[in-house]
Design a protein around this ligand. Structure first.
Ligand code: FA5
Length: 334
């Protein structure tokens, strides 16, 4: 009889050791088959010991068997639970290594500025329109009243396409100003007009801290009855204050553009002096005529602002090249 109790004890010790040694659920399943398996497990063999006991011994041995079986199965179930937890699953990497943070993208500062410009100018009732970056001479110069011999047309001051011409034989160039869109919009719209157009323009300028060869402008055009220079100055002042702050100091300087009369340049305080933000003026009657408007009954103003220069002022950046070099260490700050 002592052999049955001894056999139970040996079984319990060995099963316990095997359960505790199992490192994963698969190991544990092998242990289960070996010790507790219904058909061939060692527990099944032990059960036969019960049959050998006399009727008098049987209740005590049966009780001992059941107690032992319960302890082993409970230990087994507890181990299954532990080894099934996610943190117990095998890992093939070192969790203590620093992780790779996903790099979140964001809008380029110029794009952010453009979006804000559209939002601010929208409050003054301007809608957004668009024009092509590849232009013909007519829209970039002729319709804007720029004489044939004007230095602005110089091939050295423009990016002309060497090989391509329009269907009617005109030279094609990368537009040098967004003022081209004034013409395109007026050609297809009856007054009143109140639009802005934002986009890239191209000039082979010498690159320095305030100049690039590809840069962004926002063109504005308001045409209708009773539009005056006073309206223009108010819109530009309010626009600059909305983007750069109420205390912004701007000035209007008399200037000349072939497509506006009178013309001004708009400057803002910058470092020890002034930074030019854009050109503007009253649309020249000749330009209105070129697009089929009647300069006797309507007037208009137009402006063209350098977008990156506003962005420089807002953020205290003193070199425009940073916006176009696209160094992530710079861009990440916006
Ligand atoms: C023009 O381009 C005119 N089309 C503006 C205009 C529109 C006048 C409507 C009248 C009516 P300007 O060449 O001055 O003007 O350029 C306008 C602004 O673009 C400048 O004040 C400046 O802010 C910006 N800009 C000009 N050249 C560069 C450059 N190379 N790099 C960066 N910004 C520039």
């Amino acid at each position: 009889m002592s052999t049955a109790y001894e056999a139970f004890q040996v079984f319990e010790q060995e099963a316990t050791a095997a359960i505790e040694a199992a490192r994963n659920v698969a190991d544990l399943e092998q242990v289960r088959i070996l010790f507790l398996g219904k058909s061939k497990g060692r527990l099944k063999d032990l059960q036969s010991e019960l049959g050998k006991a006399t009727p008098a011994e049987r209740p005590a041995i049966g009780q001992a068997f059941n107690d032992m079986k319960l302890r082993v199965t409970q230990l087994f179930d507890a181990r299954v639970e532990v080894l099934s937890r996610p943190e117990s699953q095998p890992r093939d990497f070192d969790v203590t290594l620093p992780g790779n943070l996903p790099r979140l993208g964001r809008e380029h500062p110029i794009t952010q500025t453009i979006e804000e410009f559209k939002e601010i100018i929208g409050r003054f009732g301007f809608t957004v329109d668009d024009g092509p970056e590849l232009e013909d001479e007519y829209h970039n110069f002729d319709a804007l009243n720029i004489p044939k011999d004007h230095p602005a047309r110089d091939p050295l001051d423009n990016f002309y396409l060497a090989a391509a011409k329009t269907a009617n034989g005109q030279p094609i160039l990368l537009r040098s100003q967004t003022s081209t869109v004034q013409i395109r919009v007026m050609e297809r719209t009856k007054p009143p007009v109140r639009i802005v157009s934002v986009g890239r323009v191209y000039r082979p300028d010498e690159i320095d801290r305030t100049h690039h060869q590809m840069f962004h402008q926002m063109e504005g055009l308001m045409v209708g009855e009773g539009v005056t220079m006073a309206t223009l100055k108010s819109v530009l002042k309010m626009f600059a204050a909305a983007y750069l702050g109420e205390d912004v100091e701007i000035r209007f300087r008399p200037s000349f553009f072939p497509f506006t009369e009178p013309s001004v340049e708009v400057d803002v305080r910058w470092r020890d002096g002034w930074l030019e933000l854009g050109g503007a003026g009253m649309v020249d009657p000749q330009v209105l005529e070129n697009v089929g408007y009647d300069p006797e009954t309507i007037t208009g103003f137009a402006f063209g602002l350098g977008i990156a220069r506003f962005c420089m002022l807002r953020h205290g950046i003193d070199d425009i090249r940073l916006f176009y070099e696209n160094d992530l260490r710079f861009l990440k700050q916006f």
